[in-house]
Design a protein around this ligand. Structure first.
Ligand SMILES: C[S@@+](CC[C@H](N)C(=O)[O-])C[C@H]1O[C@@H](n2cnc3c(N)ncnc32)[C@H](O)[C@@H]1O
Length: 271
Protein backbone atom coordinates (compact mmCIF):
# COMPACT_ATOMS: atom_id res chain seq x y z
CA UNK A 1 0.00 0.00 0.00
CA UNK A 2 1.33 3.43 -0.91
CA UNK A 3 1.32 5.63 2.20
CA UNK A 4 2.67 8.71 0.41
CA UNK A 5 0.26 11.63 0.77
CA UNK A 6 -0.89 13.36 -2.42
CA UNK A 7 1.50 16.08 -3.57
CA UNK A 8 0.12 18.97 -5.64
CA UNK A 9 1.39 19.71 -9.11
CA UNK A 10 4.23 22.18 -9.04
CA UNK A 11 6.38 23.87 -11.60
CA UNK A 12 4.81 22.24 -14.62
CA UNK A 13 6.63 22.25 -17.96
CA UNK A 14 6.17 25.91 -18.91
CA UNK A 15 6.81 27.46 -15.50
CA UNK A 16 9.85 25.21 -15.10
CA UNK A 17 11.09 26.53 -18.45
CA UNK A 18 10.47 30.15 -17.43
CA UNK A 19 12.12 29.70 -14.04
CA UNK A 20 15.16 28.20 -15.72
CA UNK A 21 15.20 30.85 -18.46
CA UNK A 22 15.02 33.96 -16.28
CA UNK A 23 14.99 33.31 -12.54
CA UNK A 24 18.33 31.59 -12.08
CA UNK A 25 20.05 34.50 -10.35
CA UNK A 26 19.17 33.25 -6.84
CA UNK A 27 20.56 29.78 -7.54
CA UNK A 28 23.65 31.29 -9.18
CA UNK A 29 24.38 33.46 -6.15
CA UNK A 30 23.62 30.60 -3.78
CA UNK A 31 26.13 28.31 -5.49
CA UNK A 32 28.83 31.00 -5.34
CA UNK A 33 28.15 31.64 -1.65
CA UNK A 34 28.22 27.94 -0.81
CA UNK A 35 31.36 27.17 -2.84
CA UNK A 36 33.17 30.10 -1.20
CA UNK A 37 32.15 28.93 2.28
CA UNK A 38 33.17 25.32 1.65
CA UNK A 39 36.52 26.41 0.20
CA UNK A 40 37.10 28.66 3.22
CA UNK A 41 36.48 25.63 5.43
CA UNK A 42 38.92 23.46 3.47
CA UNK A 43 36.19 21.37 1.85
CA UNK A 44 37.16 21.39 -1.82
CA UNK A 45 35.31 18.18 -2.77
CA UNK A 46 32.52 15.99 -1.45
CA UNK A 47 28.79 15.54 -1.76
CA UNK A 48 26.29 18.42 -1.70
CA UNK A 49 22.62 17.45 -1.30
CA UNK A 50 20.34 19.99 -2.95
CA UNK A 51 16.76 19.93 -1.67
CA UNK A 52 14.32 21.51 -4.17
CA UNK A 53 17.18 21.73 -6.66
CA UNK A 54 14.89 23.00 -9.44
CA UNK A 55 16.50 23.00 -12.88
CA UNK A 56 19.96 22.37 -11.46
CA UNK A 57 21.47 25.83 -11.97
CA UNK A 58 23.28 25.79 -8.62
CA UNK A 59 24.03 22.08 -8.99
CA UNK A 60 25.87 22.62 -12.28
CA UNK A 61 27.92 25.44 -10.78
CA UNK A 62 28.80 23.27 -7.79
CA UNK A 63 29.85 20.46 -10.13
CA UNK A 64 32.09 22.90 -12.00
CA UNK A 65 33.65 23.78 -8.65
CA UNK A 66 34.43 20.08 -8.08
CA UNK A 67 31.53 18.90 -5.88
CA UNK A 68 29.29 15.87 -6.35
CA UNK A 69 25.57 16.62 -6.24
CA UNK A 70 22.45 14.72 -5.22
CA UNK A 71 19.39 16.78 -6.15
CA UNK A 72 15.75 16.33 -5.17
CA UNK A 73 12.72 18.12 -6.60
CA UNK A 74 9.04 17.27 -6.85
CA UNK A 75 8.79 18.80 -10.32
CA UNK A 76 9.60 16.26 -13.06
CA UNK A 77 10.11 19.03 -15.68
CA UNK A 78 12.61 20.75 -13.37
CA UNK A 79 14.53 17.51 -12.85
CA UNK A 80 14.57 16.84 -16.59
CA UNK A 81 16.28 20.19 -17.19
CA UNK A 82 18.66 19.57 -14.27
CA UNK A 83 19.76 16.24 -15.74
CA UNK A 84 20.37 17.79 -19.17
CA UNK A 85 22.33 20.68 -17.67
CA UNK A 86 24.49 18.39 -15.51
CA UNK A 87 25.29 16.14 -18.47
CA UNK A 88 26.72 19.18 -20.28
CA UNK A 89 29.04 20.24 -17.44
CA UNK A 90 32.61 19.73 -18.66
CA UNK A 91 35.04 17.94 -16.33
CA UNK A 92 37.18 20.37 -14.32
CA UNK A 93 40.45 21.41 -15.97
CA UNK A 94 43.41 19.64 -14.32
CA UNK A 95 45.93 21.86 -12.54
CA UNK A 96 49.21 22.34 -14.44
CA UNK A 97 51.21 19.14 -14.52
CA UNK A 98 48.35 16.93 -13.26
CA UNK A 99 47.02 14.33 -15.72
CA UNK A 100 43.32 14.76 -16.55
CA UNK A 101 42.64 11.20 -15.38
CA UNK A 102 43.83 12.14 -11.89
CA UNK A 103 41.20 14.86 -11.52
CA UNK A 104 37.86 13.89 -9.95
CA UNK A 105 35.00 14.28 -12.45
CA UNK A 106 31.99 15.27 -10.30
CA UNK A 107 28.98 12.97 -10.22
CA UNK A 108 25.42 14.22 -10.22
CA UNK A 109 22.18 12.41 -9.56
CA UNK A 110 18.72 13.99 -9.65
CA UNK A 111 15.59 12.40 -8.23
CA UNK A 112 11.94 13.37 -8.61
CA UNK A 113 10.89 13.19 -4.97
CA UNK A 114 9.74 15.36 -2.13
CA UNK A 115 12.50 16.71 0.04
CA UNK A 116 10.63 15.17 2.99
CA UNK A 117 11.46 11.75 1.52
CA UNK A 118 15.09 12.59 0.73
CA UNK A 119 17.81 10.17 1.69
CA UNK A 120 20.54 11.99 3.55
CA UNK A 121 23.75 10.29 2.52
CA UNK A 122 26.93 11.40 4.33
CA UNK A 123 27.75 14.79 2.80
CA UNK A 124 29.56 18.07 3.31
CA UNK A 125 26.57 20.36 2.67
CA UNK A 126 22.80 20.46 2.29
CA UNK A 127 20.96 23.28 0.53
CA UNK A 128 17.34 24.44 0.28
CA UNK A 129 17.52 27.39 -2.11
CA UNK A 130 14.43 29.28 -3.25
CA UNK A 131 12.10 28.93 -0.24
CA UNK A 132 12.28 25.13 -0.42
CA UNK A 133 10.81 24.55 3.04
CA UNK A 134 7.95 27.05 2.69
CA UNK A 135 6.11 25.42 -0.21
CA UNK A 136 2.98 23.52 0.77
CA UNK A 137 2.76 21.31 -2.32
CA UNK A 138 3.61 18.44 0.00
CA UNK A 139 0.99 18.38 2.79
CA UNK A 140 3.69 17.32 5.26
CA UNK A 141 5.46 20.68 4.84
CA UNK A 142 5.50 23.11 7.76
CA UNK A 143 7.77 24.48 10.47
CA UNK A 144 8.05 21.18 12.36
CA UNK A 145 8.89 19.28 9.19
CA UNK A 146 11.55 21.87 8.35
CA UNK A 147 13.05 21.34 11.81
CA UNK A 148 13.05 17.58 11.24
CA UNK A 149 15.04 18.20 8.05
CA UNK A 150 17.51 20.33 10.05
CA UNK A 151 18.03 17.37 12.34
CA UNK A 152 18.49 14.84 9.54
CA UNK A 153 20.84 17.21 7.71
CA UNK A 154 22.88 17.72 10.89
CA UNK A 155 23.39 13.98 11.24
CA UNK A 156 24.44 13.61 7.59
CA UNK A 157 26.77 16.61 7.29
CA UNK A 158 30.43 16.09 8.14
CA UNK A 159 31.83 18.25 10.97
CA UNK A 160 32.78 21.60 9.44
CA UNK A 161 30.15 21.31 6.70
CA UNK A 162 27.08 23.48 6.27
CA UNK A 163 23.32 23.68 5.76
CA UNK A 164 22.41 26.72 3.61
CA UNK A 165 18.89 27.79 2.75
CA UNK A 166 16.50 30.71 2.51
CA UNK A 167 12.97 31.06 3.80
CA UNK A 168 9.93 33.23 3.18
CA UNK A 169 8.96 35.07 6.36
CA UNK A 170 6.02 37.24 7.45
CA UNK A 171 6.03 40.42 5.37
CA UNK A 172 7.13 38.60 2.17
CA UNK A 173 4.37 40.36 0.22
CA UNK A 174 4.50 44.08 0.95
CA UNK A 175 1.95 45.53 0.71
CA UNK A 176 -0.24 42.48 1.25
CA UNK A 177 -1.06 42.16 -2.45
CA UNK A 178 1.56 42.19 -5.20
CA UNK A 179 0.97 42.07 -8.92
CA UNK A 180 3.87 41.27 -11.26
CA UNK A 181 4.27 40.80 -14.96
CA UNK A 182 7.42 39.30 -16.44
CA UNK A 183 8.20 38.49 -20.02
CA UNK A 184 10.92 36.78 -21.98
CA UNK A 185 11.49 35.21 -25.35
CA UNK A 186 8.24 33.43 -26.23
CA UNK A 187 6.62 33.67 -22.80
CA UNK A 188 5.05 35.96 -20.28
CA UNK A 189 4.00 35.41 -16.71
CA UNK A 190 1.43 37.24 -14.61
CA UNK A 191 1.60 36.61 -10.89
CA UNK A 192 -0.57 37.82 -8.05
CA UNK A 193 0.71 37.34 -4.52
CA UNK A 194 -1.46 37.67 -1.45
CA UNK A 195 -0.27 37.38 2.12
CA UNK A 196 -2.64 36.27 4.87
CA UNK A 197 -0.85 37.59 7.97
CA UNK A 198 -2.99 35.86 10.58
CA UNK A 199 -2.60 32.47 8.96
CA UNK A 200 1.05 33.18 8.05
CA UNK A 201 0.32 31.98 4.54
CA UNK A 202 1.37 33.42 1.18
CA UNK A 203 -0.44 32.56 -2.02
CA UNK A 204 0.98 33.12 -5.49
CA UNK A 205 -1.38 32.69 -8.43
CA UNK A 206 0.80 32.31 -11.48
CA UNK A 207 -0.45 32.39 -15.06
CA UNK A 208 2.21 31.31 -17.55
CA UNK A 209 1.68 31.92 -21.27
CA UNK A 210 4.15 30.30 -23.64
CA UNK A 211 4.27 30.25 -27.41
CA UNK A 212 4.53 26.84 -29.07
CA UNK A 213 4.16 25.36 -32.55
CA UNK A 214 0.36 25.14 -32.06
CA UNK A 215 -0.06 28.65 -30.69
CA UNK A 216 -0.02 29.96 -27.15
CA UNK A 217 -0.47 27.69 -24.17
CA UNK A 218 -1.69 29.04 -20.83
CA UNK A 219 -0.99 27.23 -17.54
CA UNK A 220 -2.28 28.26 -14.12
CA UNK A 221 -0.53 27.31 -10.91
CA UNK A 222 -1.33 28.11 -7.31
CA UNK A 223 1.66 28.15 -4.99
CA UNK A 224 0.89 28.25 -1.26
CA UNK A 225 3.70 28.91 1.16
CA UNK A 226 3.81 28.79 4.96
CA UNK A 227 5.74 31.75 6.39
CA UNK A 228 8.30 31.15 9.14
CA UNK A 229 9.68 33.54 11.72
CA UNK A 230 13.39 34.23 11.25
CA UNK A 231 14.29 34.05 14.93
CA UNK A 232 12.38 30.81 15.43
CA UNK A 233 14.24 29.22 12.52
CA UNK A 234 17.53 30.51 13.94
CA UNK A 235 16.77 29.00 17.36
CA UNK A 236 15.69 25.71 15.79
CA UNK A 237 19.05 25.48 13.98
CA UNK A 238 20.90 26.18 17.22
CA UNK A 239 18.91 23.62 19.17
CA UNK A 240 19.88 20.93 16.66
CA UNK A 241 23.58 21.82 17.13
CA UNK A 242 24.31 24.12 14.19
CA UNK A 243 26.14 27.45 14.52
CA UNK A 244 23.92 29.57 12.25
CA UNK A 245 24.68 32.87 10.54
CA UNK A 246 22.11 35.03 8.79
CA UNK A 247 23.03 35.85 5.20
CA UNK A 248 22.36 39.30 3.74
CA UNK A 249 22.74 38.05 0.17
CA UNK A 250 23.68 35.16 -2.06
CA UNK A 251 26.98 36.51 -3.38
CA UNK A 252 26.46 39.68 -5.40
CA UNK A 253 23.58 38.15 -7.33
CA UNK A 254 20.69 38.40 -4.88
CA UNK A 255 20.17 40.58 -1.81
CA UNK A 256 17.50 39.45 0.67
CA UNK A 257 14.77 41.98 1.45
CA UNK A 258 11.83 42.21 3.83
CA UNK A 259 10.22 38.85 4.48
CA UNK A 260 12.96 36.79 2.89
CA UNK A 261 15.82 35.51 5.03
CA UNK A 262 18.70 33.09 4.61
CA UNK A 263 20.98 31.04 6.81
CA UNK A 264 24.43 29.54 6.59
CA UNK A 265 24.42 27.00 9.40
CA UNK A 266 27.79 25.44 10.19
CA UNK A 267 28.10 22.04 11.84
CA UNK A 268 30.84 22.59 14.42
CA UNK A 269 33.79 20.26 14.75
CA UNK A 270 33.34 17.99 17.74
CA UNK A 271 34.03 19.90 20.98
C1 LIG B 1 11.64 28.79 -6.46
S1 LIG B 1 11.99 27.18 -7.05
C2 LIG B 1 13.74 27.11 -6.66
C3 LIG B 1 14.47 26.07 -7.49
C4 LIG B 1 16.00 26.10 -7.34
N1 LIG B 1 16.44 25.78 -6.00
C5 LIG B 1 16.51 27.46 -7.76
O1 LIG B 1 16.86 28.26 -6.87
O2 LIG B 1 16.52 27.73 -8.96
C6 LIG B 1 11.28 26.16 -5.79
C7 LIG B 1 11.45 24.67 -6.07
O3 LIG B 1 11.00 23.95 -4.94
C8 LIG B 1 10.47 22.74 -5.41
N2 LIG B 1 9.72 22.14 -4.30
C9 LIG B 1 8.68 22.66 -3.61
N3 LIG B 1 8.29 21.83 -2.64
C10 LIG B 1 9.12 20.74 -2.70
C11 LIG B 1 9.22 19.54 -1.95
N4 LIG B 1 8.39 19.25 -0.96
N5 LIG B 1 10.20 18.67 -2.29
C12 LIG B 1 11.04 18.91 -3.31
N6 LIG B 1 10.97 20.03 -4.07
C13 LIG B 1 10.03 20.95 -3.75
C14 LIG B 1 9.67 23.17 -6.63
O4 LIG B 1 9.32 22.11 -7.46
C15 LIG B 1 10.64 24.16 -7.25
O5 LIG B 1 11.51 23.53 -8.15
Amino acid sequence: MDATPPISDAYLEDLAYVHDDSFGFIATGAAKTLAAKLTERGLSSGLVIELACGSGISSALLMSAGYDVLGYDISAPMIEIARERAAAVPPPAPPYGVPAAAVHAPNAEFRVASLYDAEFAPCIAVTGVGEAFNYLFDPRAGFESMCAVFSRAFDAIAPGGVLMFDIAEPGRAMPRLEHHVWQGDGWHVVSETIEFPHERILERRIKTTRAGPDGERVTDELHRLALYDHEEAYEALRSVGFAPLTLASYAEDFRFGTGHGAFMAVKPYAA
